[in-house]
Ligand binder design. Structure first.
Ligand SMILES: Nc1ncnc2c1ncn2[C@@H]1O[C@H](COP(=O)(O)OP(=O)(O)O)[C@@H](O)[C@H]1O
Ligand SMILES: O=P(O)(O)OC[C@H]1O[C@](O)(COP(=O)(O)O)[C@@H](O)[C@@H]1O
Length: 309
């Protein structure tokens, strides 16, 4: 089984507008609302790939009830710690006239020490039953920025391989706990290494820097330009087909899910990278965040180009 952790679960709401302008009244065309937050998005994609998955983390209030009900409707197994505060809404305003997305992300509920202790016990039990545990997304209020590092340490006594996909100080502390896999995007790699890579040579240097700090595998995702990965000291450049992206929000989560699915199925590394990239690209075709169609993934698998640098 793969367990995904979403400490800051959300209702991912998408408004599709024919034209969106700041400071003007806008009438909304379509609305989509699904259970979200990065780990839940990854769980949905894993489920769509047919991998046994369980989603955990914290949920609260009526938004939390919506999230659990929506997971049930999608037949995604879950085991969350309930909190008193309200889970957040993450709003993506999609401007259909130019394809631009504007994301407004609430900060999420307050988590108490006691609720964290309850979660720590749960994740160790789940870790014992999982081959992979994926920690994704921002850290809600009340929790320290070292929470991911602490939880990764707590999982050391299990055999689960840990994936980490977060940003800011949580990412910087998390790196010290040496997860098996990380997926920073360009902004996040700059937070980690102190320098935004300006070209592919600098990107390679940044990836070697991550590998030197004990990460076995790290991918920097580059949106429509694909990704670059270091695995056991070798660098792979992955290029994806050019598509008419509808909504790339959640592509990073789909990429992480594809990578986890590949590692879970013990595929060779190049096939893991192909599956990750195909899932990221397939997600960009969907209006929903963290959603892929198997037929799109299969079609893209044949079009991904990988070279070893
Ligand atoms: N517009 C796009 N066209 C094709 N593939 C895309 C596009 N956007 C994202 N992807 C795929 O999804 C992966 C992750 O997307 P990215 O936007 O880099 O992540 P994040 O959402 O974390 O910033 C990319 O490496 C690529 O494989
Ligand atoms: O937990 P965070 O970092 O606030 O991010 C939450 C948001 O990230 C997303 O999961 C999308 O992330 P990606 O586009 O990076 O995959 C949204 O669906 C969600 O609303």
């Amino acid at each position: 089984m793969i367990t995904t952790v979403t400490l800051n679960a959300a209702i991912d709401k998408t408004y599709v507008l024919s034209d969106f302008q700041l400071g003007k009244v806008s009438r909304i065309g379509q609305i989509h609302a699904v259970a979200g937050g990065k780990g839940i998005n990854a769980a949905r994609v894993l489920h769509q790939l047919g991998i046994r998955t369980l989603a955990t983390g914290f949920v609260g209030g009526s938004n939390g009830d919506f999230i659990l009900k929506n997971l049930d409707q999608q037949q995604i197994s879950h085991d969350f710690v309930k909190v008193d505060d309200e889970s957040r809404i993450c709003l993506n305003i999609m401007n259909a006239s130019n394809g631009e997305s504007t994301e407004l992300l609430e900060k999420g509920p307050l988590i108490t020490e006691q609720q964290l202790a309850e979660f720590r016990q749960k994740i160790v039990l789940l870790g014992q039953q999982s081959r992979i545990v994926i920690f994704s997304g921002s850290i809600p209020a009340g929790l320290s920025t070292s929470v991911y590092a602490e939880l990764i340490e707590a999982l050391r006594k299990t055999n689960a391989a840990v994936f980490l996909d977060t940003s800011g100080d949580g990412l910087i502390h998390g790196l010290k706990a040496a997860p098996f896999f990380m997926k920073p995007n360009e902004d996040e790699i700059a937070q980690l290494t102190g320098k935004r890579p300006e070209n592919e040579t600098e990107l390679v240097q940044s990836l070697h820097q991550l590998a030197d700090s004990g990460i076995e595998c790290a991918s920097v995702s580059l949106g429509a330009s694909g990704s670059m990965t270091v695995y056991k000291g070798t660098i792979y450049r992955v290029r994806v087909p050019s598509i008419e992206a509808l909504n790339p929000v959640g592509s990073g989560d789909a990429y992480v899910a594809g990578m986890a699915a590949g590692i879970y199925q013990e595929l060779p590394i190049e096939d893991c990278l192909r599956l990750a990239a195909a899932c990221g690209t397939a997600n960009a075709l969907s209006a929903h965040a963290g959603f892929v169609k198997r037929e799109d993934v299969d079609a893209f698998l044949k079009q991904i180009e990988i070279v070893q640098l």
